[in-house]
Design a protein around this ligand. Sequence first.
Ligand code: SF4
Length: 491
Amino acid sequence: MAQKGVQVIAVEPGSPAARAGIRAGDTLLAINGEPVLDQLSYQFLVSQRDRTTVAVQRPDRTTFERRIANGGEGIGVDLAADEVKVCRMNCVFCFVHQMPEGFRKSLYLKDEDIRLSFRYGHFTTLSSSDRAELDRIVRERLSPIHVSVHATDPETRVRVTGNPKEGRILDKIDHLLAGGVDVHTQAVVAPGLNDGRVWERTFSDLWERRAAPGRKGGVLSLSCVPVGLTAHREGLPTVQEVSPAYAADWVRRWQPEVRRITRLTDGEPWLLLADEWYTRAAIEVPGRGFYSPTWAQLENGVGLVRRFLEQHRRFLRGEKKHAFAGRRALLLTGSSFAPTLERSAALLNRATGSQLRVAAVKNFSFGQSVTVAGLLCGKDLLYAAHADREAHGGRPDWVEAVVVPSASLRTHTGPTDQYTLQGVVARAEGTFLDDMTLDRLSAELGLPVVPSGENLSQTLDHLRRAYSGGPDLLSRFHRDGLNLPQGAYNP
Ligand code: SF4
């Protein structure tokens, strides 16, 4: 990391830093002789000792050192947001390369940052991680790290990533494992590219390195995710899409293997099949035992459908559901999740007399091959709501409220509130990918529009607040759990 120190943006009054004369605008250069690289390294360094020596630079570039009694905790400073590192790869299926034009700039930046990987579970190819950075991961115990492997066969990995220097991913993984770092891994599978023997080798190479008692660091999980292609691939290499038949074959071949592996790991799933294999194949997702107890890689779209169904089953057993009685709402979602949501809404309607209707939204922005809720844009949702109104008599009050997927209110870069992408904060609250806001969608439809939350119980909470004219939803976006983990299937 090339940052020279990290700027202090605020000092807590009366804190050890304030007593030491540190002020907003100063830069923390080093702690106990180690350079302060970013917020994570600050947290690590102050936690190492009860008395900490801090090297500080004033805005006029003069420097001084202070010895501070901090008891192994923070010294009472807020630090400037870290700049996200961007990737050096050119993956044949990179989603950013397939983005249509006209979206905000930050959506075209490719984050590749071990800090986001550690803090939020973003996957990194480790392409930006040189030996020094791998050593840093080990030194600061940034474990577990999430690594996009795609293929352990060096030639295939070069083909997939478009980077001739990044074929030997196992060398980097082995370095981390030897240092005691655990790793979650994923492979995005494209037919004819890294499936077949290449995938089997990837699986067996990573399985050999699995976490086990007595081993310092290990591979905690391996997920396989079907490649996602948009309609915007002009000038990009040809990649074959995952058809429903291919997805069905994949499920038939690998679901038994998942069960076999889970038996070998005492019930802890290690090999994970993303939900999209099932939704594309129109096959029911497996039961809870396939994902629990840890529900690893939920944010990578593994187990979200099953978790939703489990939560819905509990919701239907309780009394709270009756608050839905008589409610008329339109639930919008991506076409891959729509059948699941439709069945769940039908059960609820039958149990409570609610009138919830589900509409599968076509993704005109990215192309109709994109079926997940998380990539729906405001204008797609608006179009779908208008179409539903026309199909149901055209009355402005054809429903009482419209529910949009919470997942669509996030940027694909995920939770970057601590980070900026080349100076631009990537996420805007309550904003769809195309910059339409929830408020504007609501104004266009003349109805309350609320985020779905994680399940229909949370949807109910949001609807109640909208009906009662309660506190503004967006200002409570974070506090009340409306801001959910990244995942394609939040209803
Ligand atoms: S590593 Fe990720 S961001 Fe970079 S090119 Fe590959 S898919 Fe795109």
